[in-house]
Design a protein around this ligand. Structure first.
Ligand code: ZN
Ligand code: ZN
Length: 373
């Protein structure tokens, strides 16, 4: 009888303090991010190419030192020039290896990490409102905003790397030369820095060894027997690396100036994701259209438009500052030393206002082409 009279206790109860804290903020756990259990395991042989890269940077240094000591110091008696060459070549080598370490060791862009983990995020980013967390202002039904492999939301320009088995913020490309990793938002400046450092180093070494070789040809009895051999090897390697790595560096500088990633630049059909909503009737296309359902004419339209529509190009100064911008007193020094990460959260990017108009024209042209078939 006494049990029946007792007022029934609720199945769930919240104290007012708990409710208030849940309403105001979600605080992210500051522990390190757990490793993705579904990510493919990295084997030892994935690190062979990066060892080859380091080997190729260091293997020419004995010859370089030989030429500097034998030619500049002992033959030409130019200690100042010798010191300048030594300083420049070893500074560039140090810079190249520093940015290579950043590319190999740093996560290229954890797509689902809290904003506080990313460079450029303010301390205020550690807490977000519950409403904001539950009702994001992005349409996750869009294929560009939802990863069907990770089954998780994606930021703008985030892509899923099938080799790494994960999403990467502002993914540029997957690079086997840096330990089988992707280049993304947090490693792209370091990657461009590495390419530029190696290109400048190769050009510098090529120039000084060609000059020394020229002297050896004109004064064959003034130089030692083996010095021209070292100079020839250095000149050949310097020119080859300048042409090969320099081309990549120039391509990535072009991409940075026009605010494109490698994937965006080489994949014309990625443009389809940015098309405005198509009319509901009068065509048989999906919304957004899918590449396999396009006819030859429609494909040609997309390819032509891809060369003209730069969705994220907001002017070369702003484009460069999006990738290489810095804050703080020593920001520039850090950029020059190892490249580092791009500023910002890597999930949202300003769009080119002219691109929207051009995308609308492309959408209309695709629908018209479909209707005329
Ligand atoms: Zn994914
Ligand atoms: Zn990858």
């Amino acid at each position: 009888m006494s049990a029946a009279r007792r007022s029934p206790e609720p199945l769930l109860s919240f104290s007012s303090a708990e409710l208030r804290s849940a309403e105001s903020t979600i605080v992210f756990d500051p522990k390190p991010l757990p490793a993705d259990p579904d990510a493919p395991r990295k084997r030892w042989y994935h690190y062979v190419p990066v060892c080859v890269t380091v080997f190729l940077i260091l293997v020419f240094h004995p010859s370089l030192l030989y030429v500097l000591v034998d030619f500049h110091l002992q033959t030409m008696h130019q200690p100042v020039i010798f010191m300048i060459h030594l300083l420049v070549t070893y500074t560039l080598t140090f810079m190249a290896l520093s940015s290579l370490i950043v590319c190999v060791a740093r996560d290229p862009g954890p797509a689902n990490a809290p904003p506080s983990r990313l460079e450029g995020a303010s301390g205020e980013g550690e807490e977000i409102g519950l409403t904001e967390a539950l009702m994001p202002d992005h349409d996750f039904s869009s294929p560009a905003r939802w990863c069907r492999k990770c089954w998780a939301p994606k930021g703008e320009r985030t892509h899923h790397c099938s080799i790494c088995g994960r999403c990467v913020l502002k993914m540029d490309h997957h690079c086997p030369w840096i330990g089988a990793k992707c280049i993304g938002h947090r490693t792209y400046p370091a990657f461009v820095h590495f390419l530029c450092s190696v290109s400048f180093l190769s050009l510098y070494v090529a120039t000084l060894s060609i000059h020394a070789l020229w002297y050896a040809f004109n004064n064959p009895f003034a130089v030692h027997e083996f010095t021209p051999v070292h100079e020839l090897v250095l000149a050949f390697a310097g020119v080859a690396f300048t042409l090969i790595i320099g081309s990549f560096a120039a391509y990535h500088i072009y991409l940075s100036i026009t605010n494109q990633t490698t994937i965006e630049n080489i994949t014309p059909f990625m443009l389809l994701r940015h098309l405005p909503p198509l009319p509901r009737s009068g065509h048989s296309l999906s919304d957004p259209p899918l590449e396999p359902e396009l006819s030859f004419k429609q494909r040609r339209l997309v390819r032509t438009a891809h060369g003209r529509i730069l969705v994220y190009d907001v002017g070369w100064r702003k484009n460069l500052s999006q990738v290489f911008g810095w804050t703080g007193k020593y920001g520039l020094l850090y950029r020059l030393w190892c490249g580092g990460a791009s500023p910002g959260d890597g999930k949202n990017f300003p769009r080119n206002p002219r691109a929207e108009e051009m995308l609308a024209k492309l959408a209309k042209a695709l629908v018209d082409a479909d209707a005329n078939q």
